[in-house]
Design a protein around this ligand. Structure first.
Ligand code: COA
Length: 260
């Protein structure tokens, strides 16, 4: 597929998806959301992609939010549709991918930008990054999962303060809140993500997918996470990766996982 708003690059088991609208601070317009959906879908179905890194182009922004110019004239019905389509195509979609997704937050991550970073399985930030959900300053609330995922990640009180004040936090505060796992200088952000991606891809990709499903189950209504864990745990025993992992341990050698 030809992309106009993103760049997707595959190197050594890692697909890096870069949102590429720097003059609009990588704001998420509809076309970008469609392209991201397609790129994530392609990476998920590519057997050779073991980790996906998501970042923004330029040094200023990861994503400065949903593209305000596209929805400024919407009515209630179109607003609901915008939110629902976003959840389905991108935000829930990314969270539920079974290929690990790391967000490299390289600058502003506001509104839909922070919501996208929160859909990833975990996040790193550059030291210049600033994060927030400023929607109430536009007369809106976060509509791409932010009211749910921010509270899950940093707790209800902190999430409500951030949402109600529409303020931004810096990278160090985000680290303190557990919103990001690491803060590094901007030029070290992608190398650090790649380093983590290599550690991840040395493990069984099937087991990692099972772990994502089990952890995510805790956040889904009407699903018992412990039951999902029991089921996924059992499924692992039927894989070649399990046989290889346990055999390699007993033979005191490194595992060579095939993802089968
Ligand atoms: N939607 C549409 N366009 C956006 C945007 C968004 N969410 N965020 C930034 N842009 C555009 C600006 O309109 C501007 O375009 P222009 O040069 O054609 O006028 C360009 O990106 C650069 O942004 P600018 O505001 O000039 O940069 P800044 O350094 O002065 O401020 C921000 C940076 C991030 C503080 C500011 O852009 C901002 O507040 N953005 C909106 C954040 C937001 O409310 N997000 C939630 C949306 S639901």
């Amino acid at each position: 597929m030809q992309y106009n708003n993103i760049i997707s690059d595959f190197t050594d088991g890692i697909t890096t998806i870069t949102i590429n609208r720097p003059t609009k601070l990588n704001a998420l317009n509809k076309a970008t959301i469609f392209e991201l959906h397609a790129a994530f879908k392609m990476a998920e179905s590519d057997f050779d992609t073991k980790v996906i890194i998501l970042t923004g182009s330029g040094e200023k922004a990861f994503v400065a939010g949903a593209d305000i110019s596209e929805f400024a004239h919407f009515d209630e019905e179109s607003g609901r549709l915008l939110s629902k389509e976003g959840h389905d195509l991108l935000f829930d979609f990314v969270e539920n991918l079974t290929t690990p997704v790391i967000a490299a937050v390289n600058g502003f991550a506001l509104g839909g930008g922070l919501e996208l970073a929160m859909s990833a399985h975990f996040r790193l930030a550059s030291s210049n990054a600033r994060m927030g959900l400023p929607e109430v300053s536009l007369g809106l609330i976060p509509g791409y999962g932010g009211t749910q995922r921010l509270a899950q990640l940093i707790g209800k009180g902190r999430a409500l303060e951030l949402i109600m004040t529409a303020s931004m936090i810096d990278a160090e505060k985000a680290l303190d809140y557990g919103l990001v796992n690491y803060v590094v200088p901007q030029d070290e952000l992608l190398p650090k993500c790649i380093d983590l991606a290599h550690k991840i891809k040395s493990n069984s990709s099937l087991a990692i997918s099972a772990a994502i499903k089990a952890v995510n189950a805790n956040y889904r209504d009407g699903v018992n996470g412990f039951d999902v864990e029991i089921s996924e745990f059992g499924t692992c025993f039927g894989t070649e990766d399990f046989e290889e992992g346990t055999t390699a341990f007993l033979e005191k050698r490194n595992s060579k996982f095939t993802g089968k």
